[in-house]
Write a protein that binds this ligand. Structure first.
Ligand code: SF4
Length: 762
């Protein structure tokens, strides 16, 4: 009442709310939220890896502020980082372990869930074999947790049917690096954005997805030429000197064509090629199918522009190519990554300041799971099938050699297919939400219902957690400690600021405690492990001498230096800015990189009379993945409350819709209703864009089961769809288009080439 009277009389009733007071670390800040302490940490959302402080007041996280001294972000944060503390006390948090009884999920004790899942896993292993247990992890855990989880799954549960949601975003980059350079590992450094003379961004909307990287480009004194290659004129295209609106999924033809021009014009670096690569002659012969007129026809890019882009690779001192999901999320993603790497190898634009083929990772610790995770390789980038590497790992961790798997098990999509066939009976999902993020949702739902047991380990009540039989309630960012590694191989420290909510536990504690259900496993795999540093110490030992060498890193050093880029060891005590400089050899048998001859293929599911448009999906800066972390943060939901569909004015006119109207989308697999329209020139006619975050407009109900045969990554980016408006319910008419490409092989189906790791790697 008093405040109402004050308001009526014209007093500022919010004066206390907006009052500022002085803080020693950050100057004037909100008085209401002034913390008792600031805890040094790292953002837990994306792979940029911004350094920050978590403000803690009365035992609760109340503030997030960018670390002004951190190299990555110099005090800045994007909207997600700025509000990150709010996720800790989200109403969506799962605070106790849960179990389903008579169809109802209810709270229970840790003892009950551990013994229920332990007993079921043992029964299933006995009746159907250990490989009847599948595990799907994440890129969100701390490195110590990844290492612990991978070791337990592969050596304790003895199943290699283990993969992570990183296969939905980074697997093609991993396999592309492996087949071209002999090992996974992003080549570049954020400093290269500051030093390059030309920056080529391919299928990478960094303005939305990695916004802090723009700061590094802004610091570049060379005024670099920025080329943005993307079918969509995203926010990132606004900063381009040259925007190249490529036809969807023709990128591999483009890079082959650019390599052809470089060879045709004699722009290649012969000395570098001779000293450092294999496969030049084969590539030259192979590229005869990718002459400029043909590539122009396939890609929609005029011949003059093709020459202009190719010319940059020889005209500029340092060319940096950076890519993300537009390249990776492709049924030929691995080969497309290798085609980008070819460009750099041919022109010697690698292993020097400002240059290199640089994959930007999606999740905060996608790198950590790639290095330690035991999914696409043995820990430390040791290849499956490499006997020497296997023996070395077994000896380092003191386990019998026969326990270490000799081959990779099923990839993510193969695990789903194996459930469908009845081969996998139990699935343990850790910190990921396939019921929004995976393709072909209708099929996925039916498949998951076939399981004997679905265990979900998560901090949030996700769509997938809602259908679980058992939930391990996990702690989240800010409640646990360890390290994350960002896109540029920088290992950053994430500290615990507050206690885990309710009875939730860190993922590290859950895995170590759960391992006690299995006779002798805990004692053998985790002897005396009490804290994440026990896993980190073993990881340092395991990674020593490998490309991802962490042996010189300590928690203290990470805080002192604001992160360290691996390899870090006695010779490189402060880490390494970039890979494949003259003193770091390629990780192939003969230490030379492989020039890969790979063909472009048209999309498996072409547009047709019934489904005449191409749907492209992606992200927006205000939301995170499937919104488990962001859907309860008001400011983010105010900024991006629901999905939308970007459509070209020409299509809008035909459908008789304007911005703000609503329409439906359909594909051969499903239908999504009630999506708000944005009419925009940023998408070409007959193409649309929809963000994938929202379970309310589940766009993955439309996407198809098409995967890169080498990496297993889904082809999220192109789906043939139809739009239905109120006035035009049957949708758009199919406009015959000129057929792209006359290359003979396009009549065949793309199957890739079977990747035998031991044949190309050390
Ligand atoms: Fe976090 Fe990425 Fe935003 Fe940085 S850019 S604050 S790491 S989400």
């Amino acid at each position: 009442m008093i405040s109402k009277i004050k308001d009526f009389l014209g007093f500022d009733i919010n004066v206390d709310k907006y009052k500022l007071s002085y803080d020693e670390k950050f100057g004037m800040i909100s008085d209401e939220k002034k913390p008792d302490k600031w805890v040094f940490s790292t953002c837990g959302y994306c792979g940029v890896g911004c350094g920050l402080y978590i403000g803690v007041k009365d035992g609760k996280a109340v503030y997030t502020k960018g670390n002004p001294k951190h190299f990555v972000n110099k005090g800045t944060l994007c909207p997600k980082g700025l509000s990150e503390h709010q996720l800790i006390n989200s109403p969506e948090r799962i605070q106790k372990p849960m179990i389903r009884t008579n169809g109802i999920l209810s709270n229970t004790t840790w003892d009950r869930v551990y013994s229920k899942v332990g007993d079921e896993f043992k029964r299933i292993a006995k009746e159907h074999g250990e490989k009847a247990i599948g595990v799907i992890g994440t890129g969100q855990l701390l490195t110590e947790e990844f290492y612990t989880l991978g070791k337990f799954v592969q050596l304790g549960l003895k199943t290699n049917n283990y993969d992570g949601n990183t296969t939905l975003c980074m697997a093609s980059a991993v396999m592309g690096y492996k087949q071209s350079l002999g090992s996974d590992g992003p080549v570049g450094s954020y400093e290269d954005f500051e030093k390059a003379n030309c920056i080529v961004l391919v299928g990478a909307n960094i303005a939305d997805n990695h916004p802090i990287l723009k700061l590094h480009i802004a610091k570049n004194k060379n005024k670099p030429k920025i080329i943005v290659i993307d079918p969509r004129a995203s926010k990132t295209s606004q900063m381009a000197d040259l925007f190249v609106p490529i036809k969807p999924r023709t990128d591999l033809a483009l890079f082959n064509g650019l390599c052809y021009i470089i060879m045709e014009q004699g722009w290649e670096d012969e000395g570098y090629i001779k000293a450092n690569t294999n496969g030049y002659k084969e590539l030259k012969k192979h590229l005869q199918d990718y002459q400029p007129a043909e590539v122009s026809n396939i890609t929609g890019i005029d011949v003059k522009t093709l020459y202009e882009i190719a010319r940059q690779f020889t005209a500029q001192d340092a060319v940096l190519s950076a890519w993300t999901m537009g390249v990776n999320q492709s049924f030929m993603g691995t080969d497309t990554v290798s085609a980008i790497i070819n460009l750099h190898l041919l022109t010697g634009q690698i292993g020097k300041e400002g240059a290199g083929p640089f994959s930007i990772t999606g999740q905060c610790n996608a790198m950590g799971t790639r290095e330690t995770g035991f999914t696409s390789s043995l820990p430390g980038y040791r290849n499956f099938g490499d006997e020497k590497a296997l023996k070395e790992y077994a000896s380092l961790v003191n386990v019998p050699e026969e326990m270490v798997p000799t081959s990779r098990g099923y990839k993510y999509a193969e695990i789903i297919d194996a459930i469908d066939r009845g081969e996998i009976k139990a699935l343990w999902i850790v910190a990921t939400n396939p019921l929004v993020s995976f393709v072909n949702q209708d099929k996925l739902k039916k498949t998951l219902s076939k399981l004997d047991l679905l265990v979900v380990q998560d901090a949030f009540m996700s769509d997938t957690a809602e259908i679980a039989d058992v939930i391990f309630s996990a702690a989240t960012w800010g409640e646990k400690e360890g390290v994350y590694t960002n896109s540029e191989r920088r290992c950053n420290r994430a500290n615990k600021a507050v206690e885990p909510l309710g009875e939730s536990k860190s993922d590290f504690d859950i895995i170590v405690e759960f391992s006690k259900q299995f006779d002798g496993v805990n004692e053998m795999l985790f002897p005396d492990w009490k804290k994440p540093i026990d896993a980190f110490d073993e990881w340092k030992k395991v990674s020593k001498g490998q490309l991802c060498d962490y042996s010189g890193i300590t928690y203290e050093l990470l805080e002192k230096e604001g992160g360290i880029q691996w390899p870090c060891n006695e010779e490189r005590p402060l880490g390494t800015k970039r890979l494949y400089t003259p003193d770091i050899k390629f990780r192939t048998k003969d230490e030379k990189a492989n020039l890969i001859s790979a063909d472009w293929f048209p999309m498996a599911e072409a547009v047709c009379k019934e489904f005449p448009l191409i749907l492209n999906t992606g992200r927006t800066v205000e939301q995170w993945h499937t919104r488990t972390k962001t859907r309860s943060i008001d400011i983010l939901n105010d900024l991006a409350p629901e999905a939308w569909v970007d459509i070209n004015p020409k299509d809008a006119q035909e459908l008789k819709v304007k911005s703000g109207d609503r329409l439906s989308l359909s594909s051969p697999r499903g239908r999504v209703e009630d999506v708000v329209v944005r009419v925009t020139q940023s998408v070409a006619p007959s193409t649309v864009f929809v963000p994938f975050h929202f379970n309310t407009q589940l766009v993955n109900a439309l996407t198809q089961d098409s995967f890169c045969p080498k990496s297993g990554e889904p082809n999220f980016k192109q789906t043939a769809i139809q739009l239905h408006s109120k006035e035009v319910p049957d949708g758009l008419k199919f406009h015959e288009r000129e057929v792209s490409g006359v290359i003979e092989h396009v009549k065949t189906v793309y199957e890739g080439v079977k990747l035998v790791e031991k044949e190309f790697a050390k």
